[in-house]
Design a protein around this ligand. Structure first.
Ligand SMILES: Nc1ncnc2c1ncn2[C@@H]1O[C@H](COP(=O)(O)OP(=O)(O)OP(=O)(O)O)[C@@H](O)[C@H]1O
Ligand SMILES: [Mg+2]
Length: 301
């Protein structure tokens, strides 16, 4: 049995109003224990809405969420337990911090779980260590931390609850490239202990750590699969050529699923297309970014 199973889930904001928006549209998927799943989609594609339903923060309009085979809404009084089992680090985790000190902030979740003071202390210390927060920062106000440190504190607060599933919503947004790499390593380490769901619109965030990926677009699941398999399916669909300056514009227009790369002082056009786009083009090795481009490249909405 899957650890988390979602069946025909939909969510509408502002139902019945002029602003009605179907943010999640009939999504079904399942996630097994120990998996590391990436959820990729453009801004506004419904990632945050989808994951907030996964831990019972918002209730689906239609569909079911099963945790260990049990519908999480079968007893609404027990929904708090679901939130302990499925932890979310929100998109802007700095807004998640509100206590006087970092230590109290990390302790907030475990305290709500009704753990003993001794256990809380241990969990705070272990979680801070795990995310690489120096002990001297624990007594500081969360507002005195740097952006990267605030992220770490917010993650520590969630992992201190020892959730079975950890959901990270765009955890690297706004971090500098070095911090981003450190983050990835930390998440990789976390994934050895728990099931991880990582939402992002940045493909490189997950391509080396996730095994499975889910692509969502306008609230719908468009693809789910094992990353190497999805990449393999792109064989013969990814092309490169060095375009003449006068044909570049028309090629870009003709092939919206394309990107420009600078290599050896030359501009290389990389095109994702079923057929060879140009006589001078040669097939090249696909990567995960090409899968993303194939599905979304001609629609940046
Ligand atoms: N509270 C809300 N009220 C009304 N509409 C909302 C609300 N939150 C999100 N939406 C709309 O629902 C859709 C999905 O939003 P959501 O935040 O789930 O997308 P996302 O994939 O997480 O985007 P991003 O990458 O920008 O975080 C968007 O069109 C958004 O404008
Ligand atoms: Mg979001």
């Amino acid at each position: 049995m899957s650890l988390l199973e979602i069946k025909n889930l939909s969510y509408i904001y502002g139902s019945g109003t002029a602003f009605e928006k179907k943010a999640v549209n009939n999504v079904s998927l399942s996630i097994n224990k120990g998996e590391f799943v990436g959820i990729i989609g453009h801004t506004g594609s419904g990632k945050s809405t989808l994951i907030q339903m996964m831990n019972g923060l918002i209730k689906p309009g239609e569909g079911e969420i099963l945790l260990d085979g049990n519908n999480i809404w079968s007893d609404p009084k027990k929904i708090r337990n679901v939130r302990f089992r499925v932890g979310i680090v929100f998109q802007y985790p700095e807004y998640q911090l509100f206590e006087e000190t970092v230590e109290k902030d990390i302790a907030y979740g475990p305290k709500n779980m009704g753990l003993s003071n001794e256990e809380i202390k241990k969990r705070v210390k272990d979680a801070a260590y795990f995310v690489g927060l120096k002990p001297e920062l624990l007594k500081k106000s969360p507002f005195e931390l740097s952006g990267g440190e605030k992220r770490r504190a917010a993650i520590a607060g969630v992992i201190a609850m020892d959730p079975e599933i950890l959901i990270l919503d765009e955890p690297t947004a706004g971090l500098d490239p070095k911090e981003r790499v450190r983050f990835r390593n930390m998440v990789r380490k976390l994934s050895e202990k728990m099931t991880v769901i990582f939402c992002t619109h940045i493909v490189s965030d997950i391509e080396t750590i996730a095994k499975e990926v889910i692509l969502i677009h306008h609230g719908k699941l468009v693809q789910k699969g094992n990353i190497p398999t999805l990449i393999k399916e792109m064989d013969g669909k990814v092309w490169e050529l060095i375009p003449d300056a006068d044909e570049l514009e028309s090629l870009l227009e003709q092939y919206p699923r394309s990107s420009l790369v600078s290599r050896n002082m030359q501009t290389v056009l990389r095109v994702v297309n079923d057929e060879k786009p140009h006589n001078d083009a040669h097939a090249c090795e696909p990567v995960l970014e090409d899968v993303y481009l194939y599905h979304f490249g001609d629609d940046n909405a």
